[in-house]
Design a protein around this ligand. Structure first.
Ligand code: ATP
Ligand code: PRP
Length: 344
């Protein structure tokens, strides 16, 4: 991490909530938009991975998305933005480590046992949607995950891939549904027959180059997979960006404040405000079309028998909702952008 000691001392971090943000990649720009919407003001110095927030007792820590669950899970950082897939992979890695230590007879120290491990999901953030999928050459003979048992699998998600193939191997051996009690599938004392090969990027090239028979990698549009001559045969995780928090944050009230601000921005991005006039006799029909997040706000109009309705509608539903409102007799339908929200 490029932290210039002369610019940001450890003392300047004292009393500040630490908030981890992806330093690059697919989640960076939407994460920065969220921070801006939540009025978290900072200036990131060139090459510096820590930024002090000007208007709140927070410091932002820019980290690779894959490392954020570790920092938050160990309580080194209070809050973080990362992909659900990364949290799942981290948790699978923690399970694998615990098993390895148990198998080698190593005891946890009292401090380790007492320390709250793992992170909690605060909310989904509405971006970074993708799927972690098992992909194979489109023209090959593999049709489902179990066809790859005993083969070579290239992936950056080694722990999730191991658990995925452990489950398939257990099923194949007639031990369907065995999870051995720690939340993820594993083979107990037996060894995984499928070979998981760790790759750190451009995983889609592994099959064509003969390194792997199949891969476990992320897919969004499917373009990368198609261009590499691959097809998906199974989904391991459905993912999107999430806000996570440590189980023992340094300042729970500040965590709640940031979560409320970010929640407000997300709601504002997802909804529009729809206003219309309608005869009171048709209100029940209109309310079915636009029920609102909780309930529509109804005000009487000066004109006898008419009411004005103000209601939040999901952006993706607004066009058909307007069509339907017209059909039940609504007039003067207006749609307004919501700049920010709180408590909705
Ligand atoms: N194609 C994609 N579409 C949408 N979200 C994605 C996509 N690829 C990755 N993501 C999400 O973004 C997260 C970070 O992935 P990304 O590849 O951008 O990270 P990175 O830090 O640049 O890592 P790397 O250097 O390994 O590429 C993933 O864990 C996933 O949640
Ligand atoms: O389905 P698509 O929309 O084509 O996206 C999928 C690609 O995006 C991710 O890689 P990224 O571009 O982040 O680079 P990487 O291979 O270096 O991880 C992922 O690993 C796939 O390669």
């Amino acid at each position: 991490m490029a932290v210039a000691a002369e610019l940001i001392s450890l003392q300047s971090l004292e009393g500040r909530l630490l908030f981890a943000v992806p330093k690059k990649g697919r989640l960076l720009s939407a994460s920065l938009n969220l921070l801006e919407g939540a009025d978290i003001q900072f200036r990131r110095e060139n090459r510096l991975d820590i930024a002090l927030v000007k208007n709140l007792p927070i410091a932002l820590v820019f980290l690779p998305a894959a490392d954020i669950p570790t920092f938050v899970g160990e309580g080194r950082v209070d809050l973080g933005i990362t992909g659900f897939d990364q949290v799942q992979e981290h948790d699978a890695g923690v399970r694998a480590l615990a098993r390895a230590r148990r198998n080698s007879g190593e005891e946890l120290s009292p401090e380790e046992s007492a320390k709250p491990q793992g992170c909690e999901t605060v909310m989904e953030l509405g971006f970074g949607a993708c799927r972690l999928q098992v992909q194979v050459p489109a023209k090959g003979g593999y049709a489902e995950g179990k066809d790859l048992i005993g083969k070579n699998i290239g992936t950056s998600f080694v722990h999730l891939a191991e658990e995925y193939f452990a489950r398939l191997e257990l099923e194949k051996d007639g031990l369907e549904g065995v999870s051995n009690g720690d939340g993820g599938y594993h083979l107990g004392a037996r060894k995984l027959r499928t070979k998981i090969i760790e790759l750190s990027g451009s995983v889609e090239a592994a099959c064509a180059l003969g390194v792997a028979d199949g891969i476990v990698d992320l897919v969004e549009s499917g373009e990368t997979m198609k261009a590499a001559g691959l097809k998906a045969i199974d989904t391991v995780v459905d993912s999107s960006a999430i806000l996570i928090k440590s189980k023992a944050p340094s300042n729970p009230a500040m965590v709640d404040l940031i979560a409320a601000r970010i929640g407000g921005v997300i709601t504002a991005q997802r909804y529009v405000l729809c206003q219309y006039n309608i005869p009171r006799t048709r209100l029940a029909d209109a309310s079915k079309i636009t029920p609102g997040k909780r309930a529509p706000t109804i005000t009487s109009l000066d004109e006898e028998g008419w009411v004005a309705v103000s209601v939040m509608v999901e952006k993706k539903r607004i066009a058909p909702a307007m069509d339907e409102l017209m059909l039940v007799g609504a007039t003067d339908i207006l749609v307004l952008d919501i700049h920010n929200t709180r408590g909705s």
